[in-house]
Design a protein. Structure first.
Lengths: 537, 114
């Protein structure tokens, strides 16, 4: 049964090579078959693994003994994130069929990325983590630049350089850990760290430096400035995967590493960096004019919630972080895809050009409504459960909790603003750019993908009932429901404020603060210096 | 200790190339120097314990630590891939924007600030 673990990583890789068959024959049979079959087989593997995941399943690649061989490890937390990865990847792949502008090369890189994410989740040692992170890195650089437009190429180049430099810091962290612990598996590091004293301090420093690299991939503040450029420039299905699941897949190993030092300053760092990023991301998302940049900044904000919840280190914290992470993964990919339908068929990306244009796509409208309600934290959608679980975890950390509540108001305002795309009457005089084109014929797949993800969102509403969280009743209490609607109402007030003259002036100014490539590197360096300082005290 | 200082110097040179140079290709070279610094660091650390290459020897006492070498072999391969991809992107960016200067390109790419 545990053989399925290695299959989870291997199946998408095989699928990727199988999809290259189209290069000989033409057409798209091979890539579509390879894509769907390999992801569905991965789901089957996960179903088979569920009983074993409860106690933690591990697998030795090649049968080598511990200490020499490569190990894969799956616990229940990894199981859920792995399912999220497979499911959202599948949904977004179906969406890409509907867009009809991708060839087999897209499927090739896409499947390698999916396999890389599985590896990132399952790997049990830090160096394989490096390898898998670089696999998802390289494939995501290619996929971001896939459209070949100037903006996408530049975003990809910036992300490539910034994150590669980050990975060098990661390697430096690995070096310090190896020197101190003499072992690179999570278990070996934990064992060495428990010895305490000098070794433990060195490992702690190593992990701090490693976070300077991994923090880029998971958009931990202040390493998050690359994200809006890259996620907004990518094709829609890729944006959905990057924002929805790649951030989460890279997050799990980070959690596993800091779990080695319970109650350490890692958790304080997560709490405050997370709460700060939550507010800042929501504020900037309100000020963007490009629809996809709104969603991308909102991802920074929502990842902030996850960090803050985990950093609270209370009893419910890991469960709350996981629930919010899963719900955000589904919600954000649904939002990217539903907006993607409108952008793809109307040919605009700016909010003011898209006003009212979404109204004619009934299913995209329904999907967007569900996604918006979820991300604003309105019941009965999953986002509500996630946000309330996070605030429950933060019960003892009032200041950070207040920051998150404020971020909730900004998020509500930003998404009410996006609602103008779907809920204002369509402009009659200007026809859409792509009306009447042949693309409508293949468009059915987009709707299928939206339905798939909406079903997942519906299922996610029950996520607090999962084994790792106390109960549904605590979350769905009348007080929490009232609070959620109050937040939305405040958000509407804030949205009206941004329509006034000073509000407009401010939201015009904010996006100009966005750093370029050198700005990214300087922020990265500052963040690195901050982490080293934090390690010293 | 001198070796570590030299490696640190190499690292700083690489970072200076990334930050101080505005040419896209020079930034990629800066990254390469940076990664060389980290790779040298690993190899040097591994070489502190023994003298012989860890290939087909029966006497395990005299070999260097093979793990850092194996790790760095992987890291070098990944570095080459990244460099190749970065240079391909640079070429496409040059064709789109008609410049190699990141300042010029970022001012021509208005989407980020609109």
């Amino acid at each position: 049964m545990n053989n399925c673990l290695v299959l989870l990583v291997a199946i998408p890789f095989f699928g990727a090579f199988f999809s290259l068959g189209d290069s000989f024959r033409g057409g798209r049979i091979f890539s579509r078959l390879a894509g769907s079959v390999s992801l569905l087989l991965s789901i089957l593997c996960l179903v088979l693994l569920l009983p074993a995941a409860g106690d933690g399943a591990s697998y030795a690649v090649g049968g080598w003994p511990r200490g020499i061989g490569i190990y894969l490890f799956l616990d229940i937390r990894a199981w859920y994130i792995s399912l999220l990865v497979v499911f959202v990847s599948f949904g977004a792949l179906v969406f890409s069929w509907g867009e009809g502008i991708y060839d087999y090369k897209f499927t090739f890189f896409y499947l390698i990325m999916a396999g890389g994410m599985q590896g990132t989740i399952l790997t049990e040692d830090v160096f394989n983590l490096f390898v898998f992170l670089e696999i998802i890195g390289v494939t995501s650089y290619v996929l971001i630049a896939y459209s070949g437009k100037g903006t996408s190429l530049l975003a990809s180049y910036k992300y490539l350089l910034y994150s590669s430099v980050g990975m060098m810091f990661f390697l430096f962290g690995v070096f310090l850990i190896y020197r101190a612990a003499g072992d690179l598996s999570y278990g070996g590091i934990r064992y060495a760290a428990e010895a305490g004293g000098r070794t433990s301090a060195d490992i702690r420093l190593g992990i701090f430096i490693l976070i300077a690299g991994l923090g880029i991939r998971v958009a931990l503040a202040p390493f998050h400035f690359w994200l809006p450029d890259a996620h907004a420039a990518a094709p829609h299905p890729v944006s959905a995967v990057l924002s929805g699941v790649m951030l989460k897949a890279s997050l799990l190993p980070l959690f596993r590493l800091i779990d080695i030092f319970p109650g350490s300053s890692f958790f304080t760092l997560f709490l405050w960096a997370g709460a700060g990023a939550a507010l800042m991301g929501a504020l900037f998302s309100l000020a963007q004019r490009d629809v996809k940049r709104v969603l991308a900044w909102s991802s920074v904000s929502q990842m902030g919630y996850v960090f803050a919840a985990y950093g609270a280190a209370s009893d419910t914290a890991p469960g709350a972080a996981l629930i919010h992470l899963l719900n955000h993964g589904i919600t954000k990919s649904l939002l990217f895809l539903s907006i993607g339908v409108v952008i793809h068929r109307e040919g605009h990306k700016k909010i003011e050009n898209l006003r009212g244009r979404g109204a004619r796509y009934a299913l995209a409208r329904a999907a967007f409504l569900a996604g918006t309600a979820s991300i604003m934290g309105l019941p009965p959608f999953g986002g509500f459960a996630g946000k309330k679980a996070v605030s429950l975890a933060l019960a003892d950390e009032a200041p950070a909790g207040a920051l998150l509540l404020l971020a909730g108001v900004f998020t509500a305002a930003a998404f009410l603003r996006l609602g103008g795309i779907f809920w204002t009457p369509a402009p009659k005089e200007t026809p859409s750019l792509r009306d009447g084109s042949a693309e409508y014929r293949t468009a059915g797949w987009m709707e299928v993908s939206l339905i798939l993800l909406m079903a997942a969102l519906g299922a996610a509403a029950f996520s607090p009932a999962l084994s790792f969280f106390p109960s549904m009743e605590v979350i769905y209490s009348p007080r929490n429901i009232l609070e959620a609607f109050l937040t939305a109402a405040l958000g509407y007030g804030l949205f009206r404020l941004t329509r006034t003259a000073p509000g407009r002036a401010l939201s015009n100014r904010l996006p100009r603060l966005h750093p370029g490539l050198n700005g990214l590197l300087i922020w990265g360096m500052l963040g690195f210096a901050g982490l080293v300082l934090l390690a010293a005290f | 200790v001198e070796t570590f200082l030299l490696i640190a110097l190499l690292f700083i040179v690489g970072f200076w190339g990334l930050l101080g140079k505005y040419h896209l290709v020079k930034k990629v070279i800066g990254f390469n120097i940076l990664s060389c610094a980290v790779i040298t660091l690993f190899i040097y650390q591994g070489s502190l314990f023994g003298v012989a290459a860890p290939i087909l020897v029966s006497d395990m006492g005299t070999i260097v630590d093979p793990v850092p070498q194996a790790l760095m072999l992987t890291a070098i391969v990944i570095g080459v891939c990244l460099t190749a991809l970065a240079l391909a992107l640079v070429y496409r960016i040059f064709r789109e924007f008609g410049s190699m200067d990141i300042r010029v390109i970022e001012s021509r790419d208005l989407s980020a600030h609109e």
